[in-house]
Design a protein around this ligand. Structure first.
Ligand code: BG6
Length: 498
């Protein structure tokens, strides 16, 4: 759709950047902090890239003032960070660690003194280890009660000072990584259990949102979802149906629960048939459907989506377009029902490459138009304001005498923000945009070499860096973009950057 002129971003648009506690703070055992599941997991040889962990990370815990000064210099309007649950409640429940709360009080004070809107995430994957050991973490409903307790403590301490809150970061990612793919803690491969624990997280989300609405009347809260739009490979109606299935399975499965209070019918029935649907009690239903459990906005993290074709069982079509008979060889057809339950999407859709999209150095598709599509889809379906809580490019950056010429990152951000502006012109209500990330930080599985920040941090995979901060070229570009409130000039690439 072509516009002669794009709408301006609203005057109070929140131009921001994001981070997460485990990826930046360090100070993993200081001032009374209890261990999280990641403190343990990352130290088991083989679990993370080159054994990297967040013991020191980029030492934000001790350097937060320096980091906020850089934010201020850039003109950042909002900063999304996460609170480490085990810094506040070292055992996950019970005893409160005031020193831990003080760190966040001080950070928020510093942000506000510099005119930066804090956006706090309650849970960015670092579950207190004590809860994993005592209850099996999210496998138990006892962890929901502990989460409520934690929320109550932080809403009491910080509710007056923080307007925007995020409940769970990418529930779709940490549940699948932890319980299906086995590459996050607790490293399990059990799809039935994944759907059960995911249901508990849904209940915890509803509990937190309801509690927030009671305790922080002027505030806004919502989850941050890792959204991936789905394209059909062709206009063959069966491919279109497959994309509908994939969207239901990958997106609506979570978003419907957050925004409508119930699971989508298609995926729920499919899981029921395989005996792996979560058990939803009458009380659960009431809790999820309660009006005060509805989010005030939706946080969307956008990196990439996917492309699918119809399943190979009914019509075997390969990537190369050739038809082949899979009936004798497709492992799914020969699997007993229990194994089918480990691969519930096989009869629904089949993922393929998108020949139209280039990829990052890590193979993630780059799809700015898909970002506009995503914003449109989510807004039309759920009719909630959207805050883009993450979007950015992970790349190997080259440090050259204190300069980092990351024109590829500027280009990535420029294209995505331009498409977001088009989405705004289309009518989508977007509250803000938090680039991932403000400083370089620890990538959960890719160490320190996959960099996302506007600020380069001298930290290496062997964790020997000086931790000094350096402004990348993208820092100056984003500064200008904020100053001009995302003007067409800068988004059309006409502005010169340093
Ligand atoms: C998101 C997470 O999934 O993607 C972040 O919320 C993460 O915590 C980011 O760092 C980028 O992922 P990766 O694997 O490239 O570090």
């Amino acid at each position: 759709m072509y516009y002669e002129k794009l709408d301006d971003f609203p005057k109070n648009f929140l131009w921001g950047a994001a981070s997460a506690a485990y990826q930046i703070e360090g100070a993993f055992d200081e001032d009374g902090k209890g261990p999280s599941v990641w403190d343990q997991y990352a130290k088991v040889p083989g679990n993370t890239f080159k054994g990297t962990n967040g013991d020191v990370a980029i030492d934000h815990y001790h350097r937060y003032k320096e980091d906020v000064a850089l934010m201020k210099e850039m003109g950042l309007k909002a900063y999304r960070f996460s609170i480490s649950w085990s810094r506040v409640l070292p055992e996950g429940e019970g005893r409160v660690n005031e020193a831990g709360l003080d760190f966040y009080r001080n950070l928020v004070r510093e942000l506000k003194a510099n005119g930066i809107e804090p956006v706090a995430t309650l849970y960015h994957w670092d579950l207190p280890l004590a809860l994993q050991e005592k209850y099996g973490g999210w496998e138990s409903r006892k962890t929901i009660a502990a989460f409520r307790e934690y929320c109550q403590v932080v809403f009491e301490a910080l509710g007056e000072d923080i307007r925007y809150w995020v409940t769970f970061n990418e529930q779709n990612v940490f549940t699948a990584m932890g319980y299906r793919w086995g590459n996050h803690p607790p490293k399990k491969h059990d799809v039935k259990l994944m759907f059960e624990m995911n249901h508990n997280v849904n209940l915890a989300n509803a509990v937190a949102v309801s509690l927030f609405h009671k305790m922080v009347p002027g505030g806004k809260i919502g989850p941050s979802f890792g959204y991936g739009g789905v394209y059909p490979k062709t206009c063959d109606p069966d491919d279109v149906l497959a994309s509908l299935n994939a969207d239901d399975f990958n997106n609506s499965w979570w978003l419907d629960v957050y925004c409508r209070g119930h699971y989508p019918a298609f995926t729920f029935k499919a899981l029921e048939r395989l005996g792996i649907a979560p058990e939803v009690t009458e009380d659960d239903r009431k809790l999820l459907e309660a009006a005060d459990a509805r989010p005030d906005f939706l946080g969307i993290n956008f990196y990439h989506g996917g492309t699918v074709q119809q399943n190979r069982i009914e019509k075997p079509v390969d990537d190369d377009g050739e038809e082949r008979d899979y009936s004798a060889t497709d492992p799914y057809l020969m699997q007993p029902k229990g194994d089918q339950a480990q691969n519930p999407e096989v009869p629904m859709f089949n993922s393929v490459k998108n020949p139209y999209l280039k990829t990052t150095q890590w193979g993630w598709e780059i799809d700015p138009v898909g970002f506009r599509v995503a914003l449109r889809e989510v807004y039309e379906k759920y009719e909630l304001p959207i805050m883009v809580t993450e979007n950015g490019l992970g790349a190997h950056d080259k440090f050259e005498d204190g300069r980092i010429h990351d024109d590829y990152r500027i280009e990535y951000l420029r294209q995505h923000i331009l498409e977001m502006k088009k989405a705004v012109t289309d009518g989508v209500e977007v509250l803000g945009y938090c680039a991932w990330s403000f400083t370089d930080l620890l990538s959960w599985l890719n160490g320190y070499s996959k960099r996302y920040g506007f600020v380069y941090v001298d930290q290496n995979d062997d964790q020997t860096g000086t931790l000094d901060r350096y402004r990348k070229d993208s820092f100056y570009w984003y500064e200008k973009l904020i100053e001009q409130n995302g003007s067409d000039e800068i988004l059309n690439g006409k502005e010169q950057t340093k």
